[in-house]
Design a protein around this ligand. Structure first.
Ligand code: HEC
Ligand code: HEC
Length: 194
């Protein structure tokens, strides 16, 4: 009898402790907060857990579609310089990234970023030129829409801030391939030029 009571007491203790314990372990596994830094090219890397080999994570999770050397295949090439902010939103919701432990995802994202090729060719930032090269095909030469893209004249963009647009373009079609200076210039120009 006494024995049973003692057992119940142990169980009761465990029940009380469990949420506390799980709160502790959750603490260490908490995914990195998504960065809210202003968009620039000097982003901080995500916090990393030592001992994770990102090349292995890539090889097992991503290489089948993005190529052994990130050259592209079923999916686009991944050697370009994509922002940490964009990767942090994209990877955890994308294909094999969905079930990826956040610690593995962080290392993978940092590795993709650090080993990206920053183009050494000077990038034109003249927004009308950047627009013509990258956006006309869908939004039309005068931004009034056309081939699948809506009108994006300033009147249509009143609900979107310049800052929002600069970040939106990080993940929008050809905007992914631009550098942040080009997106910033485009965002300002889209809002200001009738
Ligand atoms: C089953 C195939 C497949 C797997 C696995 C896969 N991807 Fe992708 N990925 C794609 C395709 C296809 C696209 C193009 C956009 C789309 O259709 O979703 C893409 C787009 C991307 C983009 C956006 C790049 C751009 O230029 O738009 C990133 C970043 C990316 N993948 C990273 C990853 C990472 C990191 C992994 C591994 C954790 C991964 N992908 C696993 C197929 C895959
Ligand atoms: C392949 C076609 C395509 C290309 C290229 C493209 N867009 Fe878009 N764009 C769309 C479509 C479709 C939408 C509406 C749905 C969406 O938001 O994805 C859109 C939406 C937008 C919006 C939001 C409009 C709104 O009212 O919410 C902006 C701003 C924009 N595009 C700007 C650009 C800029 C700048 C470029 C060039 C860097 C570009 N787009 C390239 C197809 C395209």
């Amino acid at each position: 009898m006494k024995h049973k009571k003692a057992l119940y007491a142990v169980f009761a203790c465990l029940l009380v402790l469990l949420p506390v314990l799980s709160a502790c372990t959750q603490d260490t596994e908490e995914p990195a907060p998504t960065t809210t830094n202003p968009p620039n090219n000097e982003e901080a890397l995500l916090p990393e857990t030592p001992g994770i080999d990102a090349t292995l994570v890539y090889a097992s999770q991503c290489a089948s579609c993005h190529g052994t050397n990130r050259q592209g295949g079923v999916g686009p090439g991944l050697t370009k310089n994509i922002t940490i902010a964009y990767l942090s939103q994209w990877v955890p919701t994308h294909r094999t990234g969905v079930q990826l432990d956040p610690r593995l995802a962080n290392s993978l994202i940092n590795w993709l970023k650090v080993n990206s090729t920053v183009s050494t060719v000077p990038q034109p930032t003249e927004p009308a030129f950047v627009y013509a090269l990258n956006c006309t095909v869908c939004h039309g030469a005068t931004r009034s829409g056309g081939n699948g893209g809506p009108s994006i004249k300033p009147d249509n963009l009143t609900r979107l801030t310049e800052g929002f647009l600069a970040i939106f373009l990080q993940g929008h079609y050809k905007g992914v391939d631009l550098v942040q200076d080009q997106r910033d210039a485009l965002a300002e120009w889209l809002k200001a030029t009738p």
